[in-house]
Every structure is written in structure tokens, then in C-alpha cells.
Design a protein around this ligand. Structure first.
Ligand SMILES: [Zn+2]
Length: 206
């Protein structure tokens, strides 16, 4: 059994060394600070485990949505009153949040309010820019912190994903593409759905 022992020692040493290298890197600019995110939109066929760099999160100060009829209003673009927001070929008139109620089959859109009867509120709270979005990849190193105690690490490790074909696995009612090996799916998903604070060192910069 002697050779095996030697091998075990080597693996242990190698692991220690990787962790040491990562800890060493933490002080450098390579560590990104931000939050976990379940990234999903039309065309992604489900959600990805992702990280949003906080440098690319901007507070929303101009875009409002009516609480009653969901009409959208960008005050900066249309100072005189609500108008659809046009982005290329896309024209957005309403923004409806996905909730337990709105995904029901028999859900009916509320009627549009009369002019001056809207109840506008800023929505969303912030805008996340694509530039700061990183879909997690095998070999990235991620630290997940507790939202209540930001200095406490609730999970840290190397990303190692078990991939599934599209529309095969779901969590909390959402299609997903992969499991993180060795972590309970629901526990992992919670970090991302609740957008826990996190730090990321990308594989390329390790
Ligand atoms: Zn309204």
C-alpha cells in the first residue's frame, strides 16, 4: 500500500497548492465582485448559473412600470408621458413580472388604466449590463457569501458542471442546463435565485 499512500499525499498537496494559488490571487484585480444569478431569457432554453459583476449594475432612475396595468414609461425617452420603449425591432409596451399568479394558464391581463390613473413605480431597481454577465464555466473559481453576513463564505470551490440536454431538468419550476457536481441542486439554485453576493476568478485568470 506504500505507493498508494504516496499518491494520496501528492493529490492532497496538489489541492493545497491550488487553494493557495487561488487565495493568493484574491488580492489581485483578477477577482471580480458581484452576485450569483440565474440567467435566462427567450432563446436560452432554460437558465444558466451565472455571475454578474457589480461594476456593471446601474441603478434605474428613469424607467417606470404601472403597478396596476404594467404599462412601461421611460421618463427620459418620453418626458411627456408613457410610450412604448423601442429597441431595434423590439417595441415594449408592458413589462409583466413572472410570479405564481402571472404564469397561471387562466391569468388575464388587467385593463389598461385611463390616462393619469396609472400608479408608476421605478422598475426594475437596477439594470444589469451584458458586459458584466459571466456564465459560469468548468474551472472558474467561485466564492458565495452569505447575504446577511457578507464576510461569511457559504460555498467556495471550482465550478464543475454536469450538463443536461435542453428541457430535461428543472429546479423551482425553471428549466436548467446543468448541476454543480457534489452540491444539492435546490441548495445551489437558492444561491442563484436569491442572488447571493459572490466573488469570481475566471479560469483564464487563474
Ligand atoms: Zn396603469
Amino acid at each position: 500500500m506504500q505507493p498508494l499512500k504516496g499518491l494520496t499525499f501528492f493529490i492532497f498537496y496538489a489541492k493545497l497548492r491550488i487553494v493557495f494559488l487561488i487565495r493568493n490571487n484574491m488580492d489581485k484585480a483578477k477577482t471580480l465582485t458581484g452576485k450569483c444569478e440565474f440567467y435566462s431569457e427567450t432563446g436560452t432554453e432554460g437558465g444558466y448559473w451565472a455571475f454578474q459583476d457589480s461594476r456593471f449594475i446601474k441603478p434605474n432612475t428613469t424607467q417606470f412600470v404601472c403597478k396596476k396595468c404594467y404599462v412601461v414609461w421611460d421618463k427620459k425617452r418620453s418626458p411627456n408621458g408613457p410610450a412604448p420603449i423601442v429597441e431595434g425591432a423590439l417595441s415594449v409596451d408592458k413589462i409583466i413580472l413572472i410570479t405564481k399568479e402571472t404564469i397561471k394558464k387562466n391569468y388575464k391581463l388587467p385593463r389598461k388604466c385611463r390616462p393619469n390613473k396609472h400608479e408608476f413605480e421605478l422598475s426594475p431597481n437596477e439594470f444589469e449590463e451584458y458586459e458584466g454577465l459571466h456564465i459560469l464555466k468548468d474551472g472558474d473559481y467561485l466564492f458565495i457569501n452569505s447575504p446577511k453576513e457578507p464576510d461569511k463564505i457559504v460555498w467556495e470551490g471550482i465550478i464543475s458542471l454536469h450538463q443536461y440536454p435542453a428541457f430535461k431538468k428543472a429546479v423551482f419550476g425553471c428549466w436548467m442546463h446543468a448541476d454543480q457536481n457534489g452540491v444539492d441542486r435546490k441548495k445551489w439554485a437558492e444561491y442563484f435565485f436569491k442572488e447571493y453576493p459572490a466573488k469570481l476568478i475566471k479560469k483564464e485568470s487563474l
